[in-house]
Design a protein around this ligand. Structure first.
Ligand code: A2P
Length: 279
């Protein structure tokens, strides 16, 4: 993928990333990333919590692709202090076998143990992430699963602003309140589970559109994500699907059809609202 968005800090980011949530550590994660790189993905999204950073690191290394031509994102997990966050960054760099990550995210805003004091918790972690940027170990920093009430206090203390908020977005789960907030603050919306973890394939309207354009439902939905200005992170462990999900640049949805997809909110049954997930 050579198409890029430009983040608020000037760094470029390939408009589709390869998602690796639920790709099992070992052969599965290794092969899927290998196939993704062979299919032209240059943006890989992982997280400490996915437990597959080492397999992904190996696949990246074995690909022989120059580090500067790759965009690698990871996220910190279960870290609730400055020290823990700094250590998490070091561990991710080591497991991924890289000197820096392109993007480093706070995975969840509000772990159970820290309610209601998530404001302080996030501020402390953020400081460690900013220091990661200053030390050249991270290019850009951001958040994931943040709502306005989590982002507002962070924006107040952030010396370096978050440039990404990665949230669950698909036609059936559009999270427009967060998306609008992101836009207003120059924060790019990255869409995880852009295919609704597979749930959107049964939506009749999408199947009809797939027929009309001679594309797969996945390609229609991912193309819609780009039209909306989101950055989709489709996940698959099958070579064919991995290739298909990045082969989405040779057609354009008509305005009417984009609106039709806009109207599908709730159609596939929602995944649990991330804000309600408990840790
Ligand atoms: P698999 O990994 O077995 O290929 P999301 O990215 O929204 O989390 O969706 C991922 C789910 O959708 C996975 O179950 C994945 O299955 C499936 N999937 C991904 N790409 C495609 C595709 N192009 N066609 C059909 N299913 C797909």
């Amino acid at each position: 993928v050579t198409h890029t968005y430009t983040l608020a800090n000037g760094y470029k980011i390939p408009v589709v990333g390869f998602g690796t949530w639920q790709s099992k550590d070992g052969e599965e994660a290794y092969n899927s990333v290998k196939w993704a790189l062979e299919s032209g993905y240059r943006h890989i999204d992982t997280a400490e919590a996915y437990g597959n950073e080492d397999s992904i690191g190996r696949a990246i290394k074995d690909s022989g692709i120059a580090r500067k031509d790759l965009f690698i994102t990871t996220k910190l997990w279960g870290t609730n202090s400055y020290e823990e966050a700094s250590a998490a960054l070091e561990k991710s760099l080591k497991d991924l076998q890289v000197d820096y990550v392109d993007l480093f995210l706070i995975h969840w805003p509000n772990p159970k143990a820290f309610r209601p004091d998530f404001v302080t918790r996030n501020a402390n972690i953020w400081k460690a992430m900013e220091d990661g940027v200053k030390a050249g170990k991270v290019h850009s920093i951001g958040v994931s699963n943040f709502h306005e009430r989590h982002l507002l206090p962070l924006l107040e203390v952030a010396e370096i602003k978050p440039v990404v908020n990665q949230i669950l977005v698909n036609p059936s789960d559009q999270q427009l309140d967060i998306v609008e907030f992101n836009k207003a603050h120059d924060i790019l919306t990255e869409a995880y589970s852009p295919l609704g973890t597979g749930k959107i394939f049964g939506v009749k309207e999408l199947q009809d559109l797939a027929k009309k354009y001679g594309k797969s439902v996945a390609q229609i939905v991912l193309n819609w994500q780009l039209e909306k200005g989101y950055l989709p992170l489709p996940k698959s462990i099958h070579a064919e699907r991995i290739a298909q999900n990045v082969d989405i640049f040779d057609f354009k949805l008509e305005a009417d059809d984009i609106e039709r997809i806009d109207g599908l909110h709730g159609k596939a049954g929602l995944a649990k609202n991330p804000d309600e997930v408990d840790f």
